[in-house]
Design a protein around this ligand. Sequence first.
Ligand code: URA
Length: 439
Amino acid sequence: MRMVDLIEKKRDGFSLEKSEIEFVIRQYTNGEIPDYQMSAFAMAVFFKNMTNEERSYLTLAMAESGDQINLADIEGIKVDKHSTGGVGDKTTIALAPLVAAVGVPVAKMSGRGLGHTGGTIDKLESIPGFHVEITNEQFIQLVNENKLAIVGQTGNLAPADKKLYSLRDVTGTVNSVPLIASSIMSKKIASGAEAIVLDVKTGTGAFMKELDESIELAQAMVEIGNQLGRQTTAIISDMNQPLGYTIGNALEVKEAIDILRGQGPEDLEELCITLGSHMVVLAKKAETVEKAKQLLQEAISSGAALEKLKQFIAAQGGDATVVDEPEKLATAPYEIPVDADESGFVSEIVADKIGKAAMVLGAGRATKESTIDLGVGITLKKKIGDAVSVGETIAILHANSENVDRVVEMIQGSYTIVKEPVQRNKLIYEIFSSKIDNS
Ligand code: URA
């Protein structure tokens, strides 16, 4: 086989065979196909698309390009959850103990990541003592005993995807549904997921800004799940404003704790219950989504979910007393209010801009080498639909210095205030589920 022939085949709109896609991925991972040929191939896929079969071959080839996590020693159906990412997304921290409390085994690998705030692991590390450096054996034992453990991603998970993603980033080929869908699904499959719940964000703060693009991506991933025998549910959720009220590592942990106390923000709670109910059904711990929602609500009201969080934190070396005394989490020395510059109703909060403001405060990493400040961030006081008067506080900055005029301007610039009342956004737009019969 020659790479040039496969590039031409795709360029001319033909479908590739499984063996041809395997060749591309194997040789590219080994360094035998150079970046310039792989760039041309990615661009051909960008313009000519891939069939469902090709997408599943690509997913599997990338999943098999490096380490594959074997979770066979964990009892029960291992359901993984993935979010395409947004601002203020602390869902995993509440969701993981919530579903574990009703018996779903959660063996999660999470990332640190670049961006407005840290990833789930960074957020959890704002709990004194909490660590993710546990061996594979400990990981499996913890999930069997407590139904929950979270570790950092291993170095060699889907290396083909890692290499291709970096190349796509600089060749204008990130925004391709077959490439994004196979990239995300390859990592889930390599990390041992038997069933997958995807939170596909849509809106100004999301990777996919338009609803129709988000639907296309969601359906593509569910179809890959179908082809590869992994029950997959994709939920399209709103990211036209940050999720919940907090952006910043320790601040987000506090808000996740509030959810498990039954005192969290409505949008975050609805998202946790919706994603969680589908995880519970896929893990066969409830027959219907309605029944699953009931189980999750009971786990919150009985305190079982909060207890599960404490057990999880203690098992990974953390100080579980932070759950009852969240003031022990990292804090910032200054709290600076941001005031509204006009009266009316909030019609827009550009999530991306709020995220950048949090990053300027030090909550996120600009480069892999940056260190993050776990205590800083932003608490929003007003969300879309809320009434506001000029001079009223719309947000509070948790900062390390009083010199934050630029961040104040960024926050004010991300809010749009209009004279007429505004309808609140709906949170869940659509839900797609795979059609595999393995009952
Ligand atoms: N996230 C991924 O993991 N891969 C993509 O291609 C895009 C977003």
